[in-house]
Design a protein around this ligand. Structure first.
Ligand code: SAM
Length: 340
């Protein structure tokens, strides 16, 4: 990977990623012939890629302009001028962020100050404060990237097309008291991006369910859950009226009748998991899929490529999204549905 020498380029896309995953994101973008360039830790820019968005990107913004050097006020003047010079009247959601690294975090105060200074210069009626309403309001996310070494950019993305509604994709979530694991947060983040969510009366199968973080979240939403895992579930879930624990391997399990949702967080080899999920798709055993695929190997992109192929070509899963979410470590999360 060539070392960063310049700032972000207007018109190109600025991507954030998990620290340490720059090479994977870079490789994906290079395979998509999108001419990637590393801008620093956890920051890569590229042309708009053909095909699906990169799996290792947490967030992406089209760069309107690099941030000029200089004091916050001068930067804020330039940002406000660039924004108000744009055509259209869609609401803006201001999102200042730093790269998600210890060095990046040293710029947090500067990022906050810039956001406040930009906010003060923009007409209040154009600003939307609640990012959760950004999609329905047709808003534009305004990314203010403030990185070390003088790197910074003003970028835009339509909320409806954004990979994440969180600034730079840094979706911090408070751990809920009753949640047994970090896994529960991964699930909530995955469900965030979906048009349809599991709810009351839905039947869900949760493969690799123990100790029960995902099952617990699904039950809390009113769903019935078949939790498939040879390991033990938390006792309160095992005894729950809407939970059936099938204590066997997911590879041996078949549902009695098609279910609404298939969830999978099995700690197992990715290609074998993909083949199992493809079997569920081919047989029409579930309408919707949310699966976490473990990628502990060094060379992740060739495996991801094959996982995508197996799910779509062998499994017939449609509307596939494949993303390393904020809460994902050496793993990615897949969502998909059956063609109706
Ligand atoms: C990361 S944990 C799942 C965490 C769970 N989603 C939660 O929220 O608590 C991975 C699970 O996969 C299970 N697992 C591994 N191989 C499996 C198999 N063949 N069938 C079913 N479960 C399996 C393990 O027993 C383990 O409980």
């Amino acid at each position: 990977m060539p070392v960063q020498t310049q700032n972000a380029t207007a018109g190109r896309w600025l991507w954030t990623c998990r620290a340490g995953f720059e090479a994977h994101l870079y490789e994906e973008l290079a395979w998509a012939e999108a001419a990637p360039r590393l801008l620093g830790e956890a920051l890569v820019e590229s042309d708009a890629p053909e095909g699906p968005p990169p799996a290792f990107a947490r967030a992406g913004y089209q760069v309107l302009a690099p941030l000029p050097p200089g004091p916050t006020d001068a930067q804020a003047d330039a940002v406000a001028r660039a924004l108000t010079g744009q055509r259209g009247a869609r609401p803006w959601v201001l999102q200042a962020f730093t790269p998600d690294t210890p060095r990046g975090n040293t710029r947090a105060a500067a990022a906050e100050a810039l956001e406040a200074a930009v906010r003060a210069r923009l007409p209040a009626e154009r600003l939307l404060d609640d990012a959760r309403r950004a999609r329905e309001a047709g808003a534009l996310l305004v990314g203010l990237c403030v990185a070390p070494d003088g790197v910074g950019a003003l970028g835009l993305v339509a909320a409806r097309e954004a990979l994440s509604l969180a600034p730079g994709g840094r979706r911090r979530m408070r751990r809920e008291g009753e949640s047994p694991s970090r896994a529960a947060m991964k699930l909530e983040e995955a469900l965030d991006g979906l048009a349809l969510e599991p709810g009351r009366g839905d039947v869900c199968v949760d493969l690799g369910a123990a100790p029960g973080g995902w099952t617990q979240r699904l039950v809390a939403r009113g769903a019935k859950v078949v939790a498939v895992d040879p390991a033990r579930l938390m006792p309160e879930l095992a005894a729950h009226a809407r939970v059936e624990h099938v204590q066997e391997s997911a590879f041996a399990y078949a549902p009695d009748a098609p279910v609404d949702w298939l969830f999978c967080d099995m700690a197992w080899r990715p290609l074998e998991v993909a083949q199992l999920l493809a079997k569920w798709g081919r047989r029409g055993w579930a309408g919707h899929l949310v699966a976490n695929i473990k990628l502990p190997m060094k060379d992740k992109n060739p495996i991801l490529h094959r996982v995508r192929h197996i799910l779509v070509e062998d499994g017939g899963w449609a509307g596939l999204t494949l993303r390393q979410l904020y809460h994902d470590r050496d793993e990615v999360t897949v969502t998909a549905h059956r063609v109706r």
